[in-house]
Design a protein around this ligand. Structure first.
Ligand code: GCB
Length: 595
């Protein structure tokens, strides 16, 4: 559960400037950098948290650093926390981290996009000043999610990976110190349902120690509208205000744990009352068909890279609203919890994606060029990779299970999916996701190299999510052929009668490049490609949504396929609209008006 202030819990955010030192020689652990103030060492600088460190200096060696970097700061444990459990939460340390307080190692976490806690209780006293050190490792391996490999080259080690966004690293989201009571609420699950205009809220509370649970449901104004006793039950909300697209109405489940007649713990869990279902080739929200408009996005901003900040995301959400988007995919990793909170609060539908991207050795950055490895083998993506993948799905579910915005789980983006080995790898992961959540649809995002008939994972999916680049990577510059081929392929997928969502389509577009004959890379070509593609979408009955790739231009590795990053944004990296944005806006606001 995310840290919060309540009558029994307190938080202290540790965002701001930390001491920072990269460790290219990998000496920090042996030299026990955690044991003394980092600022005494040569080369230490201040680094903001949250942020990626890569673009915040002028030094290429830091931008392209491979291995651990160290963050350190002192923090005073609030004096009122005597007798409490004291935890440190890191919302995102990319891609793995180890945490020390003073000289004591508290724990490690694998995976760069999901939160974790370490327990300081036995190593820090209320009122004391303690030194917190975090070693953050950006290396991608065959076992990490996403995968990668550090190769020895003539000029030294190089980090390779197969996803098309820069491997930003650091403490990307908030770090919290927080206190919990000794007898406490450990977990809350809320499963809402609708019966006419009555909300049925199935809840379950786990707690430590002896105690009794009572719950109240508060509406958005704070008025108590229902209550119940017991650690599990179903609460009825008469005249319920459902959570809808564009209107993220939320209730609060106030959970109180009492022990020996005293309040031991209180936690406010927000939730929305809505249903998601797939019926035939439709996605139903609250029983009504919904058509998704929006984007695959990235956590990517100038300077701070993947670091979360309220201002940048406020603008991104304003632009989504301006252009008429009702949804987004967290391509290609779980986004910050603050992003998800916004989606919950504003009725934005989210396809929540695991950070499993690049599990496909047939494609390079984007869609070209084999990689010279076999995707699934004992030496590459193997049992240990799958165990990490399953763990990531568990953590993703645990973090986002109560979010009304999340309507679909995406297990992976464009993995190899046309081989028996891919089926063997993925079938248990689909089963795992469904064992965690039997209500939300589950799918994965299919790559163009694995078309209908070749793809072996389709049978595992509740809906089809396709990335297709007709008019860009194939039939480049030839929209007539591109649309014939798109229409033909969609017709094939449609035979199965499942909902089809286009999770990526688009064209690289250099803002300011104009052309009378629709040259590729021009603003006119992006506009023409999107409009032609939309006309085909409108012919397919099984079509339930369109997510343009991408919301905004974003940074990638260097290479001949990219011009200072991927330029498929409908907005530039500094969030100015390209010409196509205005046309997309016309279409999506029209669709929104119909809904
Ligand atoms: C894809 C990938 C995405 C790339 C995009 C592209 O299929 O899913 O990560 O950025 O293509 O622009 O090539």
């Amino acid at each position: 559960m995310r840290p919060q202030d309540s009558p029994t819990r307190e938080t202290k955010r540790l965002d701001g400037r930390w001491h920072f030192l990269a460790d290219p020689a990998g000496a920090g652990r042996a030299e026990r950098w955690f044991a003394t103030p980092l600022q005494a060492r040569d080369g230490v600088e201040e680094m903001p948290v949250p942020a990626s460190y890569n673009d915040l200096t002028t030094r290429p060696d830091l931008r392209d650093h491979i291995g651990e970097v160290w963050y350190q700061r002192e923090v005073r444990i609030p004096r009122g926390w005597a007798g409490e459990r004291i935890l440190l939460r890191l919302e995102s340390a990319t891609h793995r981290a180890t945490v020390w307080v003073g000289e004591t190692e508290l724990g490690s976490h694998e995976g760069g996009y999901l939160p974790f806690d370490v327990d300081l209780t036995d190593h820090a006293r209320a009122g004391e000043l303690v030194r917190v050190s975090v070693a953050v490792d950006n290396r991608l391996t065959w076992q990490s999610i996403p995968p990668g490999v550090v190769e020895d080259t003539d000029a030294g080690p190089r980090q390779r990976y197969w996803h098309d966004f820069f491997n930003y690293a650091g403490l990307h989201r908030s770090v919290w110190l927080h206190s919990l009571p000794q007898t406490r609420i450990e977990d809350i699950t809320v499963l809402p349902d609708l019966d006419g205009d009555t909300g049925l809220v199935d809840y379950a509370v786990e707690h430590s120690g002896q105690g009794s649970v009572s719950v109240q449901v508060l509406d958005a104004s704070g008025a108590v509208v229902a209550s119940d006793d017991g650690a599990a039950g179903v609460i009825r909300i008469a005249g319920v205000h459902p959570w809808e697209v564009g209107e993220g109405y939320q209730y609060t489940l106030r959970v109180t744990l009492s022990s020996d007649g005293e309040v031991a713990d209180v936690y406010d869990q927000r939730f929305g009352v809505r249903t998601v279902a797939i019926e035939g080739a439709q996605i139903l929200l609250n029983g009504e068909p919904v058509y998704l408009t929006g984007f695959g996005m990235h956590e990517d901003h100038v300077a701070r890279g993947k670091g979360y900040d309220d201002a940048s995301w406020k603008l991104d959400f304003e632009l989504l609203d301006w252009i008429g988007a009702n949804s987004l995919r967290t391509s290609h990793y779980p986004y910050a919890e603050d992003v998800m909170d916004y989606a919950d609060a504003h009725g934005i539908l989210v396809i929540d994606e695991a950070p499993a991207v690049g599990l496909n050795m047939a494609i390079g950055g984007g869609i070209f060029g084999g990689q010279g490895y076999t995707t699934f083998s004992p030496d590459t993506a193997n049992e240990a990779t799958r165990a990490n993948h399953a763990q990531v799905l568990t953590e993703l579910y645990q973090r986002d299970k109560n979010r009304p915005s999340v309507i679909v789980w995406s297990i992976a983006n464009e993995p190899e999916s046309d081989t028996d080995a891919s089926y063997d790898y993925f079938a248990p992961l689909f089963a795992h996701m469904r064992s965690l959540d039997s209500r939300r649809p589950v799918g994965y995002v299919n790559v163009m190299l694995s078309p209908y008939g070749k793809d072996k994972l389709a049978g595992l999916c509740d809906l089809y999510m396709l990335n297709r680049y007709y008019g860009w990577y194939v039939d480049s510059g030839d929209l007539d052929n591109a649309m014939l081929h798109l229409r033909d392929e969609l017709g094939q997928w449609a035979q199965d009668g499942k909902p089809i969502l286009m999770t990526e389509y688009g064209a690289d577009t250099l803002a300011g490049l104009h052309s009378l004959d629709g040259a590729t890379w021009s603003e006119e070509y992006q506009q023409d490609l999107l409009e032609a593609t939309h006309a085909v979408f409108d012919e397919v009955e099984e079509f339930v949504g369109e997510h343009i790739w991408n919301f905004a231009d974003f940074q990638t590795t260097k290479g001949i396929m990219r011009v200072d990053g991927n330029k498929k944004g409908v907005f530039t990296r500094d969030r100015r609209p390209k010409a196509a944005a205005h046309r997309v806006r016309e279409r999506w606001t029209r669709i929104r008006g119909r809904a």
